[in-house]
Design a protein around this ligand. Structure first.
Ligand SMILES: [Ca+2]
Ligand SMILES: [Ca+2]
Length: 384
């Protein structure tokens, strides 16, 4: 008995020493140890080739930090993981320092997603995912994910997706998602961001620019729990930019339901302009959607379309939407919006959107702009 314990102890000591030796010899690779002395896959890994990136994602475990050196990477299979971190021991995938990293899906087999995370407590930041033959970046049934300063562009279906039950407490911050187009569907499905087919509390989208996608800017089809969306811009969606003779893109800025869900999403301080359908729409969601201080400008249909549900709209601003400022039903609550009686419409400082397309701030925040600002402290989006 005593001998056995001693042997175990000696083995453990040796394995720690071996791990330290490996760590010091491997230049930046730091192996973690579990309480029983076993080697864990938690490590800081810096990758500079596609093969290294693929392996690092495939082998990631709680505590892993994957740093990607600047350059363009061409995966030949979906970057996929089913691993989860924990709240205190996350899995991180990020650019190395301030280097520019493009992960390009143009060498993937048809129908492949570029990245698929099926786990919790991931932080993914400062990376671009583009040219996938199908979806760009898909997160399934994640708790506690942080997806920050990402670009999802020119993919063959939706740029960024959260989906599945047990989608809880995720933050999508400062996403740029544009130019996504599903050729096979003639553009009917590729949104900037989709939170679809699932449920779970505490999910937030903030600081996003969702533009020039074939279908909608944002789509919450059949997600049955409230999502919070703030400081997000959706613009130029639904236009046939691909010379598709059978084009079927819809082009709502913010599509806030569909598929029978009744859910009170919270939509504050956002803007929708130049979309080919509505700026903001319930899309048959009859829940008590909350919309405060949003701006809809120059959309092809209604600025705010909430004709059948119980949405509550306050202090929103609609200007120049060809299908009307708003279309509201008898169960909608509308107060202090510029279409309500006695509310004046402040003038825009600028209707030139050029700066809204510009580079983000160093920390990833939306670019400073006067576009669609009014200086009002009571009505419309603050555009920041
Ligand atoms: Ca569609
Ligand atoms: Ca859509």
């Amino acid at each position: 008995m005593r001998l056995s314990t001693g042997r175990h102890r000696r083995t453990r000591t040796l394995s720690i020493a071996a791990a330290v030796a490996v760590a010091s010899g491997a230049g930046g690779v730091c192996l973690g140890l579990t309480n029983d002395g076993a080697r864990a896959a938690s490590a800081t890994v810096t990758v500079s080739t596609t093969a290294q990136l693929e392996a690092a994602v495939r082998n990631a475990a709680a505590g892993a930090v994957i740093q990607v050196r600047g350059g363009t990477y061409h995966p030949t299979a979906t970057l996929k993981s089913t691993a989860s971190g924990t709240a205190t021991n996350r899995i991180t995938l990020q650019a190395y320092g301030s280097e520019k990293v493009r992960i390009d899906g143009s060498r993937l087999p048809a129908g492949s997603w570029l990245a698929g995370i099926h786990g919790s407590y991931w932080t993914v930041q400062n990376l671009t995912f583009r040219n996938s033959p199908a979806q760009g970046f898909v997160v399934t049934s994640s708790t506690g994910g942080v997806f920050r300063n990402l670009v999802t562009a020119d993919n063959g279906d939706t740029g960024f997706t959260l989906r599945g039950d047990n989608t809880v407490g995720n933050l999508v911050q400062n996403l740029d998602s544009h130019g996504n187009y599903d050729a096979a569907g003639h553009g009917q499905n590729a949104d900037g961001i989709a939170v679809k087919f699932g449920s779970g509390t505490g999910n937030r989208i903030t600081g996003a620019r969702l533009h020039d996608n074939s279908d909608d800017g944002l789509d919450l089809w059949q997600f049955s729990t409230p999502i919070t969306i703030d400081h997000t811009w959706a613009f130029g969606n639904g236009r046939n930019r691909w010379n598709d003779a059978a084009f079927e893109g819809n082009g709502n800025g913010f599509k806030l339901g569909g598929g029978g869900v009744v859910v009170a999403h919270v939509v504050n301080d956002d803007a929708a302009w130049d979309n080919t359908l509505h700026g903001f729409t319930e899309n048959s969601n009859t829940g008590a959607i909350v919309l405060n201080r949003n701006t809809a400008y120059a959309n092809a249909r209604a600025g705010f379309y909430f004709a059948t549900g119980k949405a509550r709209l306050a202090r929103n601003l609609a200007v120049g939407n060809k299908g009307g400022l708003s279309e509201l039903g008898s169960s909608t609550v509308s107060a202090a919006n510029n279409w309500d009686g006695g509310v004046s419409t402040p003038a825009f400082r600028s209707t030139d959107a050029t700066t809204a397309y510009g580079a983000r701030e160093a920390d990833g925040a939306l670019p400073a702009t006067t576009f669609l600002t009014t200086g009002s402290t009571t009505i419309g989006s603050t555009m920041n």
